[in-house]
Ligand binder design. Sequence first.
Ligand SMILES: Nc1ncnc2c1ncn2[C@@H]1O[C@H](COP(=O)(O)OP(=O)(O)O)[C@@H](O)[C@H]1O
Ligand SMILES: [Mg+2]
Length: 241
Amino acid sequence: MIEIVNVSKSYVKDKKSIDGLNLKINNGEIFGFLGPNGAGKTTTIKMITGILKPDEGKILIDGKDINENPIEAKRNFGFVPDSPDLFLKLKGIEYLNFLADIYNVSKEDREKRIDDLSKRFDIYNNLSDRIQSYSHGMRQKLIVIGALLHNPKNWILDEPMTGLDPKSSHDLKELMKEHTKNGNTVFFSTHVLEVAEKLCDRIGIINKGKLIFVGTYEEMKKQIKEDGSLEDLFLQITEVE
Ligand SMILES: Nc1ncnc2c1ncn2[C@@H]1O[C@H](COP(=O)(O)OP(=O)(O)O)[C@@H](O)[C@H]1O
Ligand SMILES: [Mg+2]
């Protein structure tokens, strides 16, 4: 479970990039965080994961405050950032073992999970190559595997489908569904409405740092009919790609 309570953040004085955000992501839920470019999705995710500190408010991950109990809170989630260009000099398998070490994953568990996930994502045969030689999609998949090695209850992903081929994108969505079926939580951002429609139990829409809608896709469609400004934003989001 992820709770965001009254969170605000400014990068520059007098301009709130996130403005009074309140959001609760329940156990067993796939939650899509939707909004046009520059809306504040990455800023929110950086605060949830402890990369950035909010100016106001607090964030709890399974009840642990990310700023007051960072180590405990961090054990409770796996994170896939928006850019997968990390640790390029390492071989795939070295990167995965490095993460497994950080999270204290036993030899037996890591071997099983690396084997399962890398076969599933079709990069098993590339694990001895340096990440430098991977395509964008392969890097993305490696990071997804790394984020799941310690079997976190909460899974947080920033624009995870970007750069994935259709099969990998499909596999990732299936993995998200499996993850939440077991009572776990998935929070991911996207600026592609179609992804959110098919996959999410609930959707939040953010625009200019403010949350302007939370609910199911059906509820969103209903509200769009009644609210012209939400309709404009909806068109803006669907036009992006
Ligand atoms: N490091 C930064 N310094 C100053 N402004 C930033 C920085 N990062 C993001 N912003 C601004 O904060 C707002 C939200 O950005 P971001 O969270 O990256 O949006 P999204 O991920 O939804 O595209 C934008 O106006 C962006 O220009
Ligand atoms: Mg972003």
